[in-house]
Design a protein around this ligand. Structure first.
Ligand code: TXA
Ligand code: MG
Length: 366
């Protein structure tokens, strides 16, 4: 199958850019044909404000099967249904509690997903056999236009091959999906870089299943008794997570990766020593660090995620850096660690998964 790669202007990433007068005829024609592809049961990859998604008709069981196939994803791992209109929520979810409406009004459109009881309209193929459905109303003009042209309900996991880092650029989607899907819509780099926050609203109290840019602290202001699935930050071999997808090894770079925790000087010393040892063994070494520490390391490949003062930027760069380390064919990666507060919780959740929970805590010396 030939994959048509359609480049859109970056203005499509600006929230609010989607009134019909502004959209040029060529863009509209592409969106229409993309919508038709989805309505006919096939797949289109598209940008959202978090990461690129691989979209199919959420109400068509065959489309969901195609998504699992294209990603190489186990079919017990449910998909998020994307909507572009608040009224559509009640068509696919039932028994919606008041707190869910409050959260929807506060965080939608945006990087926020709620798990609710599914209506009969949603096939089990989309929910991985569950009676619940994950729903998100994204805040990205191109995603919203595509959803509207596709019939209103687009199932979309991240558009990576299962297990690889989620794509933050169109070229990474092409890398993973070329020949597997008919069309890719590309508007350049995504804004946030980590996938949406997921909260399960079918339990009482509600539970945070995946941290994201809508942070735990923001959610606690609305739901003071919000629980956290502790498997989020722990090794799944030790504790099974509630979101089926969280149990799989994710975002895995091809090289073995470890996260080093401790005070900065000790971390630098440890990593440099390890890189030196690995180099003697003939390995190509890599370090994931920040602007502040960039000059401190000796390794074959040193990648900065940005400044430690800008955690949003760190979240945005993380998956790109993991993919670049694959491209550079490094053998071993050492990463600094980050505070597990605010967006840092999402960053550490993804980093720990990428490292397969290989975490080295350096002893504090008095
Ligand atoms: O930001 C995002 O959410 C991106 C963009 C494309 O919107 N999508 C995304 O989808 O990250 P995906 O499939 O890569 O991750 C969805 C996660 C999985 O861990 C899955 O197990 C969980 O959501 N999930 C989906 N439906 C669920 C349900 N009914 N109950 C519990 N977890 C669910
Ligand atoms: Mg994913």
């Amino acid at each position: 199958m030939k994959t048509t790669w359609c480049i859109f202007d970056e203005k499509w990433n600006q929230p609010g850019y989607h009134s019909d007068e502004e959209v040029d005829a060529q863009d509209l024609a592409i969106l229409q044909s993309a919508g038709d592809i989805i309505k006919n049961g096939d797949l289109v990859a598209f940008p959202t404000e978090t990461v690129y998604g691989l979209g199919g008709d959420a109400l068509n069981p065959m489309s969901s099967q195609k998504i699992y196939q294209a990603k190489g994803r186990p079919s017990d791992n449910p998909l998020i249904v994307h909507i572009a209109n608040m009224d559509d929520l009640e068509k696919i979810a039932i028994h919606i509690p008041k707190a869910a409406w409050d959260l929807a009004n506060k965080f939608w459109p945006g990087p926020f997903t709620m798990v609710l009881h599914k209506s009969p309209l949603v096939p089990y193929e989309t929910t991985g056999g569950l009676e619940t459905v994950a729903i998100r109303f994204p805040n990205h003009p191109l995603a919203l236009e595509l959803i509207k042209h596709s019939g209103g309900f687009v199932a979309a996991p991240s558009a990576n091959t299962s297990g690889r880092p989620s794509p933050t650029l169109g070229k990474y989607v092409y890398e993973d999906m070329e020949g597997k899907i008919p069309m890719l819509l590309d508007s350049g780099a995504v804004g946030l870089g980590v996938e949406s926050t997921i909260v399960d609203m079918t339990c009482n109290p509600p539970m945070l299943l995946r941290p994201g840019s809508v942070t735990r602290e923001m959610l606690l202001q609305m739901i003071p008794d919000l629980e956290m699935d502790h498997a989020i930050m722990a090794d799944v071999k030790v504790k099974a997570p509630k979101a089926p997808g969280m149990k799989y090894r994710h975002y895995a770079p091809k090289a073995q990766m470890s996260i080093i925790c401790g005070n900065q000087a000790d971390v630098v010393k440890y990593i440099n020593q390890k890189c030196c040892d690995c180099k003697i063994d003939g390995m190509k070494t890599a370090v994931i660090t920040t602007e502040e520490m960039l000059l401190e390391y000796q390794a074959d490949c040193i990648k900065s995620l940005g400044s430690r003062l800008e955690y949003n930027e760190i979240a945005k760069q993380l998956f790109r850096v993991l993919r670049e380390l694959d491209e550079e064919k490094v053998d071993i990666i050492f990463s600094e660690s980050f505070e597990e507060a605010g967006i840092g919780q999402a960053v550490m959740n993804r980093l720990k998964k990428a490292a397969g929970h290989r975490i080295i805590k350096l002893e504090k010396k008095d």
